[in-house]
Design a protein around this ligand. Structure first.
Ligand SMILES: [Zn+2]
Length: 116
C-alpha cells in the first residue's frame, strides 16, 4: 500500500468517526449515555485537518467529491481483480498497478488499494 493511500484511508476513517458521532444510529448502539467528549471530537477534527494538509489539493478535492457522491467508502480494496466499491472487474494491468501506485477505479472513481 502506498503512503498516499494510507493517508486517504486515515482521512476516511476520521470522516466516518466524525459523522458517526452525529448519527442516531451510533447512539442507538447503546452509547446514548456515553456521548463522546468534546475533547475527543476536537482531537478528531484536529487530526483530520492535519491529514488534509498532507494530501495534494487536487487529490483532496477528488476525495471530497467521491465522499459526497457515495457518502463514504472512498478508499476500497481490490478483491482479486474486482473493485471493492462498485464490483466491476478491473483491467488486469490496472489491478496490478494499484499495488505500487495510487490508482482509481475507471468506473466509480474510488481509490483502490490491494491487500496481499
Ligand atoms: Zn469501482
Amino acid at each position: 500500500m502506498t503512503s498516499k493511500i494510507e493517508t486517504l484511508r486515515l482521512l476516511e476513517e476520521f470522516d466516518h468517526i466524525l459523522r458517526d458521532i452525529e448519527t442516531e444510529d451510533y447512539q442507538a448502539l447503546g452509547f446514548k449515555d456515553t456521548k463522546p467528549s468534546s475533547e475527543f471530537i476536537k482531537l478528531a477534527e484536529k487530526e483530520r485537518a492535519k491529514l488534509t494538509r498532507k494530501v495534494d489539493p487536487r487529490l483532496l478535492s477528488q476525495y471530497e467529491r467521491i465522499m459526497k457522491r457515495y457518502g463514504g467508502r472512498v478508499v476500497v480494496q481490490v478483491i482479486r481483480e474486482f473493485c471493492g466499491g462498485c464490483y466491476i472487474k478491473l483491467p488486469s494491468e490496472l489491478a496490478s498497478r494499484c499495488r505500487t501506485e495510487l490508482v482509481s477505479c475507471p468506473n466509480c472513481g474510488r481509490f483502490l488499494y490491494y491487500v496481499k
